[in-house]
Ligand binder design. Structure first.
Ligand code: 6CS
Length: 300
């Protein structure tokens, strides 16, 4: 059976800007969760929502310690005799510093507890208007001095092409575990760009995730499309102290600069998908990505 692809990408030599067919962006109402009518309206229009303080100071300390524990665990596994990391740990090439630790909802009871909290899973349910499951979770780490940039992309382009996510009904929480400043690689977004889908050029290589998680080059927009989006929507940098957070629509255009400051930048990133938007076969890859990136479907 041929499945109609509402968001064709990576199949043609020409890039294209397509309408978002999935309306609305916000499915729930103020009475469904902690976000106010004003915050929900902003999310609908801009594709993101800033939360000034999701964690209090004591919680910031607790979760930053837990992150350090996870980082130390990866150091142990990397130095133990001929045993590399599991795939869920991603490092940069030069100094082998950790960039991402995936599956934190499975590897850390503390993070699992936080993710199931009303402030986190509850808000994901409110935005998506249904039960939700975790598409993936990670600590996104930009080590001081060698933190690498992430080029402009929409999460959905990859999730559609490589994970078989049919519709734009997913949302990501990015929660600062250290201060995020304009210098150390805080997230940049193009507000409102979630209403446009950039169909990208290039085929998906085998095991693309291995290189893309270090430096994504396929599934990223062409120069002309990026220029048009930046002109139309502008660029907003999401700075905030440890404990602040941002909800990001799955199709919002976003990227980060590198981190050449000595100050590490770390965020907990949790991608939630609606249970009504379960992934199928990838639209533009021969094989689905591994479980730690995309296969969990148990509602939280
Ligand atoms: O792989 C993912 O699911 C996420 N990471 C990258 C580098 N690009 C797409 C998406 O944001």
């Amino acid at each position: 059976m041929t499945v109609h692809d509402m968001y064709p990408t990576r199949g043609s030599r020409e890039p294209a800007l397509l309408y978002r067919h999935d309306d609305p962006t916000v499915y729930g109402k103020p009475e469904d969760g902690m976000l106010t009518a004003e915050q929900l309206a902003h999310h609908e229009a801009a594709g993101y929502t800033d939360i000034e303080q999701l964690l209090n100071d004591a919680e910031v300390e607790k979760y930053a310690e837990e992150m350090d524990r996870l980082l130390q665990e990866t150091q142990k596994s990397a130095t133990s005799a001929d045993q590399g990391d599991d795939e869920h740990v991603v490092r940069e090439d030069e100094r082998q510093e950790v960039l991402s630790i995936f599956d934190v909802h499975r590897n850390s009871e503390l993070f699992a507890e936080l993710i199931s909290d009303e402030r986190v899973a509850g808000v994901a349910r409110q935005i998506l208007g249904s039960e939700v499951y975790i598409h993936h979770s990670r600590i996104s780490y930009k080590p001081g001095l060698v933190g690498t940039p992430f080029y402009w992309h929409s999460d959905f382009e990859t999730w559609h092409a490589e994970d078989g996510m049919p519709r734009m009904r997913a949302v990501t929480l990015s929660l600062a575990l250290t201060d995020n400043t304009e210098h150390n690689g805080s997230v940049m977004v193009m507000p409102g760009s979630h209403k446009v889908f950039v169909s990208c050029v290039g085929d998906t290589p085998d095991e693309h995730y291995k290189s893309a998680l270090q430096d994504q080059r396929i599934g990223t927009p062409d120069d002309v499309s990026l220029g048009m989006l930046a002109e139309k929507y502008g660029i907003q940098q999401l700075n905030g102290p440890a404990g602040s957070a941002t909800w990001i629509d799955c199709n919002l255009m976003r990227g980060t600069n590198g981190n050449i400051t000595p100050f590490a930048r770390a965020n907990l990133v949790v991608a939630f998908n609606s249970v009504e938007n379960e992934c199928g076969e990838p639209y533009r890859a021969d094989e689905a990505r591994p479980d730690f990136l995309a296969r969990d479907v148990e509602p939280i």
